[in-house]
Design a protein around this ligand. Structure first.
Ligand SMILES: [Zn+2]
Ligand SMILES: [Zn+2]
Length: 348
């Protein structure tokens, strides 16, 4: 096997990233080595690239980042029980310690000592990637690599939708990024009666429509709260899926939430948010659900069933594909002010 490999690195404690040759990772006995066939860029990677406040507090350069991936197992450690050489796999990116209270009570995805692939460890923007056996997800061989790599964010969307009991309900989804788009398709597939999708950028609002939104609104063009309240005879919606983390969207989400409704929070605010607990939750009898990651591995079984049986076609959301060496082109597309892109997939 090759000694060196191409990888995208965060070398310095400053904005940007570099492509360079580095050592192929060595695996521990409980790990597998994966030859990466496809990887994809996530919002987290943009935080690392931009070196924002969160990245400064969490990331320890030099490191390889990236976590969404699909590839072939080329080496398995002596203690590995699940994966075999030749398996086509993706990675669950939450790495649990498997010993804490949460891990022992079926909540590995919120392990107290959780590490994240490509954040706390070397990641997937490379020709090879080492992952612990516990995080290996075996893919159906017929699944295209560009779909296999987006299963991790597709899983965030699946978990959010499944926790929210959307079947037969009128719902609103806030967020026009890939996860908002996936959530729209999944909610449609599992029987949401009517879907309002609220986005910002016109290109992405079109994606929300393509993924099955009945009404897709751009906050650049219209007042989403007025439109939704008007169309629901002033009642509002049964369920809000909040996938932006933006204060205004959170406020608007509660404004259009029906009394007794469910508000599911997935988007992460960059700071503390001001929040009217009395009127938004207590008097409203609202239920709030927090979503972090994916259930390990209930969500993976569900999302596989959805993708393998073609209940949702995620391909409209995959708008850009580049070789890994053109990583910068992918970043530029995602950082462009008009956001004329969905998911960016890279091929090492
Ligand atoms: Zn991700
Ligand atoms: Zn744990």
């Amino acid at each position: 096997m090759a000694e060196k490999m191409l990888a995208v690195l965060k070398k310095e404690k400053s904005p940007g990233a570099e492509i360079d040759y580095v050592e192929v990772p060595r695996i521990k006995p409980d790990m597998v080595l994966v030859k990466v066939k496809a990887c994809s860029i996530c919002g987290t990677d943009l935080h690392i690239y931009n070196w924002d406040k969160w990245a400064q507090g969490r990331i320890k350069p030099p490191m390889i980042f990236g976590h969404e991936c699909a590839g072939e197992v080329v080496e398995a450690g002596s203690e590995v029980k699940r994966a075999k050489v030749g398996d086509f796999v993706s990675a669950e990116t939450h790495i649990p310690d498997q010993t804490c209270y949460q891990c022992r009570t079926g909540k590995m995805h919120i392990c107290k000592n959780l590490k994240i692939l490509g954040v706390d460890t070397n990641g997937a923007f490379a020709e090879y990637l080492a992952i612990p056996d516990i995080c290996v997800w075996k893919n159906d061989k017929s699944l295209p690599a560009e779909i296999a790599t987006i299963q991790e964010p597709f899983g965030n969307a699946t978990y959010t939708v499944m926790e929210s009991n959307v079947s037969g309900k009128v719902i609103a989804i806030f967020g026009d990024g890939p996860i908002g788009c996936f959530a729209t398709g999944i909610a449609r597939a599992v029987g949401a009666a009517k879907i309002y999708a609220v986005g910002e950028f016109p290109f992405r609002v079109e994606l929300l429509k393509k993924m099955g939104a009945d009404v897709a609104l751009s906050i650049q063009k219209e007042n989403a709260v007025e439109v939704i309240m008007d169309q629901t005879s002033g009642e509002g919606v049964d369920v809000v899926l909040e996938m932006t983390g933006v204060q205004k969207a959170i406020e608007d989400g509660f404004k259009i939430l029906k009394k007794g409704g469910t508000f599911t929070a997935f988007g992460i605010p960059s700071d503390k948010i001001l929040f009217d607990l009395s009127n938004n939750v207590i008097f409203k009898g609202a239920k709030i659900i927090g979503i972090n990651g994916r259930l390990m591995f209930d969500t993976w079984y569900q999302l596989s069933n959805i993708l393998n049986n073609k209940l949702v076609d995620p391909t409209p959301v995959i708008t850009h594909k580049f070789p890994l060496k053109d990583f910068q082109k992918g970043i530029d597309a995602l950082l462009s002010p008009t956001k004329e892109c969905g998911k960016v997939v890279l091929y090492p």
